[in-house]
Design a protein around this ligand. Sequence first.
Ligand code: COA
Length: 501
Amino acid sequence: MALKFISAEEAAALIHHDQNVGFSGFTHAGCPKVVPVALAKRAEEEHAKGNPFKIGMFTGASTGDTIDGSLARANAVKFRTPYQTNKDMRNAINNKQVHAPIDYFDMHLSQVAQEIRYGFLGGVDVAIIEACEVTEDGKIIPTAGVGITPTICRMAKTVIVELNSKVPARLRGIHDLYELQDPPKRRHINIFEVQGRVGLEYVKVDPSKIFVVETNEESEGGGFAPVDETTARIGENVANFFVSEMKNGRIPQTFLPVQSGVGNIANAVLGSMGINKDIPRFEVFTEVIQDAVLDMMREGKISFASGCSLTVSNEQLHQLYTDLDFFKNKMVLRPSEISNNPGLVRRLGVIGINTAIEVDIFGNVNSTHVMGNTMMNGIGGSGDFTRSSYISIFVTPSVAKNGDISCIVPKVTHEDHSEHSVKIIASEYGVADLRGKGPNQRAREIIEKCAHPDYRPMLHDYMTLQQNGHTPQSLYGCFSFHKAFLETGSMKNADLAQYKK
Ligand code: COA
């Protein structure tokens, strides 16, 4: 069957008000780039005519500005899930004075595809997919990110493929595309090592529902901030912790697969592992493959990487395409329900390293909300990994906003990961090991090893507020640090004395 080629504007015209649209990719990697922009323009034109035009959005994770930015600025979003990082989308979610509210709901990334399949989120009307190849019999080869692509392609009534000639068709073979079966008939996932493969190198779609838009678009990868003194020290602390775990026989000499979260700190931690001579070559079983992973693969420090996307700078991406023969047999890109699958994480003994916004002295972690109410990005895959990891680690600088915020607080203002899942916390000051410790010991460990020295006396003082019970938590004083920040601009002004009985 001959493929139907159309323009981005014609593709946008296939999408209607109130429909649910699924997007390929994961972070900026693998996202469509021209149809979403045309769709935003269409929404603005409809609004100018006085017509409503808003869509529901399913994505793999965050996207590029061409999706989240364009559609948020055009006020074209009815609801959105899951993770997002775009500043205009974040403003639209948080600032209800500027926009009609976007119903944003945050989810564990491994669950998005299955919840769409279960029908929990409404149907998928249209899927917009970036591909490096599409065949007349309906085989679609994704680009640098996968996310929920297999599920939305299968379920959508219309599949719009952005065929991007900037991405070499030689990428075919790097993906392992597999969709889980629905309960009670779900089978085990036949992956028993990081390199294991279980699926196809393409997504197969009924060709009659495919429309192709040809593009030649650069990726939207921005790169990472240079490693500063704080992130370098956090990285060194984590690397030294691993060396001591190996010496004590708790991590095997062959090491274990590593997951590292998003952002600059995660990238810096991997970099520190790379330069530590006592850490052997290891494998990565992660969600996003960042710049440091590619560097370390070239240096031979990482032998294999399994992930959902190549969330790398454009420079790294071009180099990878040039050196594809080197990388292709050392890497696999999977859908998020497989790359982040909690069962596989536990089976493979993955060590999870994620970044926190704030942690409390008992080991609970807030990854998503600033001051309890403002959404930052979302939980992403941190919960998929944290709960099931062999060792789950959270990294955080001890302070934020020039020291006026302590990232170690008496109680987190929003709880994404509980004390039951969090095993290690590392800041630039040291590493708190929470394993086998009750609330009092945990609190002392976190305060002494991770808190900034300016806040240590206050945190110790906090622990004296509540004498009885298993956990020394004061329901009256637990948000005194946050209250002081909101009222005076610094947590250092927290007044604990008023809560002393
Ligand atoms: N209170 C208020 N603001 C805080 C804060 C706190 N306790 N801690 C950090 N911040 C601010 C920083 O000052 C910075 O603000 P700015 O953008 O105005 O400079 C911002 O939050 C980001 O902090 P930064 O230290 O640069 O962290 P990051 O870029 O490494 O991101 C998370 C940290 C938690 C937001 C990010 O890792 C995330 O989204 N995590 C959830 C998803 C996840 O873990 N995914 C990985 C799974 S594979």
